[in-house]
Design a protein around this ligand. Sequence first.
Ligand code: FE2
Length: 428
Amino acid sequence: MLDLLIHNATLPDGRTNMSVAVQAGRIAEVTEGLSPAAAPAKETVDAGGLLLSTPFVDAHFHMDATLSLGLPRLNASGTLLEGIALWGELKPHLTFDALVQRALAYCDWAVANGLLAIRSHVDTSDASMLAVEALLAVKKKVAPYIDLQLVAFPQDGVLRSKGGVENLKKALSLGVDVVGGIPHFERTMADGADSVKLLCELAAEQGKLVDMHCDESDDPLSRHIETLAFEANRLGLHGRVTGSHLTSMHSMDNYYVSKLLPLMAEAQISVVSNPLINITLQGRHDTYPKRRGMTRVPEIMAAGMTVAFGQDCCMDPWYSMGSGDMLEVASMGLHVAQMTSQAAMAQCFDAVTKNPARILHLEGYGLEAGCNADFVLLQAQNPVEALRLKATRLKVWRRGTLVAQTPARTAALSLPGRPAHTSFLHTK
Ligand code: FE2
């Protein structure tokens, strides 16, 4: 007997009337029209024709800063640099317990939203390793329900801050998974390039993935992505290096970008764009027209690279909004990048599901036999409708076990000649 059978589901690739059979936490079979009579299971769920997806994945977050909004004060200018300064003011007041409690609260929101894998940067600038130790504890605690991958992130600049390299190495030795960086925050372009070289060499030596905050600026001459791609090529780190933000690409000269994209593609660089944050933090020095400041998502996708949309911030020194809703993130990306064709909207859904899963090198992610039985049942009929409605996560499963559920959205109307209840679905 199966542990779980979900039948009458629509899958993100458009297949309908699909059944997913689960045994021992893994997918046993994905097939069309398998009925509960033909496949008895301890638990059977009729998806009612709605969308059953793999879980959402966030490839870029800061869990050490989340839910700290207003501590010790609010960001008055709304700029990236004031956010960094504010985080510096908060750091001396951080405690292990408060860091853990805030992170766990966010993880609860994440699970409710069907977000079951997160790559979080953790600030390694502080020699005490307080935030690193706290997030390593959180990683262990949430492991049954969230894959939390940590990036050693030298927020104050690995070369710019005293002991930056040693602290980052210490974080890696404690168990942090990925090498981070912030070349545009080093004191000079040359230091930025040196930091990229040094950090990529460190990752190659230790067999780690790389994910750098790179060129988070409106300066078209911020070109550290070029060095990152060059180093990835030189060191054989193909498919293992991610450039996060890349907002300067928005403002770069088109001819230069036509030369840059093939270099990035050759190195198989992955890209994480953070639309909610980029649209609010970038362009702050502009009058009108104001730049959007988001990287060239459709063009990077068209060049064959993997692109994800990340949440980045939630109620922290940089951003007072956010809720761990990756459909909100993807919807903003869709609008800012004008990805409005049916195919492009489907790509936006992929950018918060399978693309970030590939970037994190997640094992067992997918909707086929042998993959982990991790799913989200959405109150939507397809990915485009899920984006339009920021669809309710009716049920969330992790390894075949139900971990969250939310009632369907309906409105009780009292209109003459109209049904008493209406859902928000567009039914044919
Ligand atoms: Fe970030």
